[in-house]
Design a protein around this ligand. Structure first.
Ligand code: KG4
Ligand code: ZN
Length: 338
């Protein structure tokens, strides 16, 4: 089965063609980072308009790279939520219209299910069941995954998502949006021993997170220690260490609580090198296998949507010809497959 995937939930236009036998045939992402940079964050209306401009040209490029004609496709998958409503509607309307014109099914994909399944696009895909750590700009969740579509939320952030905390702290440090990767780069010049940030909610049981206090801690540290270059780098590394330690500790707890020995990491913050190294070390200590997508498939992309949609179509999922776009949508509401 061959499926076209379309991702437009936020500030990346992603398109891919996935084939269940041959694997990922082509994928491309158009990032809107430069468009939103001047505003310090994503401007929803600008995001929608840019998706309208970029989606069809990107689609043509990716189809030709994948040497795929409409007649070679068996379905069109699109991100139906969660995300920005206007941005989601661009993908939903385009996917639904193409599927109508090409006389094939379209399938609505949950963005976080896409992230969660992305490690399966890699050469040694994880087997079910496993624990998933989903860390993006909008979500921080620990999920127990029994099978496709069978998701139980173990814990989540009560305030800012991990990526959001990275972005807000980066902004304080004078870095451009989205600050996650820039903060990680600045941290490399930092002294890890100068400041120690708290590890929020680690001294009580449970798997929920809270990251908004770290931003306040960064503000106060900047105020008392000054804002020279070295201090900013020292704050960056102290912040990064606090987030990574907290995530790793909760992953260890989630493995212990579920008795599972496989962990997958997905979402934009999963591209963070320190997080990946520390989770590898945790895996070695706990005799657990740790799986990640390659960094470019950690951040938003069409490949994960094509893959998730393909699994749903293969399992026989069909939906009426409606546009689905849901800004809020819990993964626990998804239908389990097989
Ligand atoms: O999954 P994603 O591409 O979009 C959402 O669905 O939110 O995640 C984007 C988030 C941003 O907050 C970005 O700063 C963060 O992932 N991010 C990183 C890194 N790369 C991306 N955070 C820390 N270190 C990185 N290397
Ligand atoms: Zn995402």
């Amino acid at each position: 089965m061959r499926v076209l995937g379309i991702e437009t939930s936020c500030d990346e236009t992603g398109v891919a063609v996935y084939d269940s036998r041959a694997g990922l045939l082509a994928h491309a992402v158009h990032s809107q980072v430069s468009l939103h940079a001047a505003f310090g964050g994503v401007v929803p209306e600008l995001a929608s308009r840019d998706h309208v401009r970029k989606l069809l040209p990107l689609l043509k490029t990716v189809m030709s790279q994948a040497r795929t004609e409409a007649a070679d496709l068996d379905g069109v998958a699109y991100t139906a939520g969660p995300g920005l409503i206007g941005a989601l509607l661009v993908g939903a309307a385009t996917a639904r219209s193409l599927a109508w014109a090409w006389d094939m099914p379209a399938v609505a994909v949950h963005h976080m299910e896409g992230h969660l399944l992305a490690p399966m696009l890699e050469p040694e895909p994880p087997e079910f069941p496993f624990v998933a750590l989903l860390v993006s700009g909008g979500h921080t969740q620990l999920v127990s995954v029994a099978g496709l579509g069978n998701y139980q939320l173990l814990g989540e952030s009560l305030d800012d998502a991990a990526g959001e905390a990275f972005d807000k702290t980066a902004k304080l440090l004078g870095l451009a949006y989205p600050g996650g990767p820039a903060l990680a780069a600045l941290a490399r010049a930092g002294d890890p021993h100068r400041f120690r940030f708290p590890r929020p909610m680690t001294n009580r049981p449970g798997l929920d997170f809270s990251f908004s206090g770290l931003k306040t801690f960064a503000i106060n540290t900047l105020r008392t220690a000054g804002d020279d270059d070295q201090t900013r780098a020292d704050i960056a590394i102290a912040f990064e260490l606090a987030v990574v330690d907290t995530l790793v500790l909760k992953c260890r707890r989630a493995l212990q609580q579920t008795g599972l020995n496989r962990l997958i990491i997905a979402g934009g913050v999963g591209a963070n090198a320190r997080l990946r190294a520390e989770l590898d070390a945790l895996g070695a200590r706990q005799a657990a296998r740790v799986h990640y997508p390659r960094p470019e498939l950690c951040t938003d992309n069409g490949a994960m949507i094509a893959f998730a949609g393909c699994q749903r179509l293969l399992a026989g999922e069909r939906e009426p010809a409606v546009f689905r776009a849901a800004p809020r949508w819990s993964m626990e509401e998804l239908a389990a497959l097989g």
